[in-house]
Design a protein around this ligand. Structure first.
Ligand code: FES
Length: 190
């Protein structure tokens, strides 16, 4: 069987020897492309690693001064406070940046803190108009004032996230502020 002669774009036959350099060119170009990709992949990973800390910094986990004790109602009703803290990313530190919010509540001599973020899907939980419970506006999870799920129809997989509290110098309410992943039964720090 005879081999079909190679043709150019006008349909004219191309001599066998002129097709060879074209194959060499394609092989060479492919090698350069593969080499370039192999070089660029680690650079891309380095850029992602450099940017990643910005995305990850979303909360502080140290003790943070949140309020004066006198600002927390003595009758046991919850009050919401914004939490501000110094925040760092790969390049800078930002002072007094809002990182979240907590509900503080007096229970006897104790102050208790709950993260306001709903463990179901991350909405901010509100307080019922009569201050008798917490209610999430998104999918109607309901919690008692200790943050415990009190309605079996609530989709929240766990109770509200309690946070460690210290009262210092008699009047300063410090909270170990932390966010946790929503949608899980266990508290997993973000
Ligand atoms: Fe609160 Fe869904 S986010 S119930």
């Amino acid at each position: 069987m005879t081999e079909e002669p190679q043709k150019n774009e006008t349909g004219a036959s191309v001599p066998e020897e002129s097709a060879e350099p074209r194959r060499d060119f394609i092989t060479g170009a492919s090698a350069i492309l593969v080499g370039a990709l192999a070089t660029l992949a680690p650079i891309g990973a380095a850029v992602v690693a450099l940017i990643d800390p910005i995305r990850r910094v979303s909360s502080a986990s140290d003790m943070v001064l949140v309020a004066r004790r006198a600002a927390v109602p003595e009758d046991g009703s919850p009050r919401k406070f914004t939490v501000t803290a110094d925040r760092k990313d790969a390049w800078a530190t930002y002072s007094d940046t809002p990182v979240g919010a907590v509900y503080l509540r007096s229970v006897g001599d104790e102050i208790r803190a709950l993260n306001v973020v709903c463990p179901h899907a991350g909405c901010f939980v509100g307080v019922a108009p009569d201050d008798s419970r917490f209610a999430c506006p998104c999918h109607r999870s309901s919690f008692d004032l200790d943050g415990v799920v009190n309605d079996p129809a609530s989709p929240s997989p766990r109770d509200m996230d309690a946070l460690e509290v210290e009262v210092r110098n008699g009047d300063e309410v410090w909270v170990r502020f932390q966010n946790f992943l929503p949608g899980r039964e266990e508290k997993t720090p973000v």
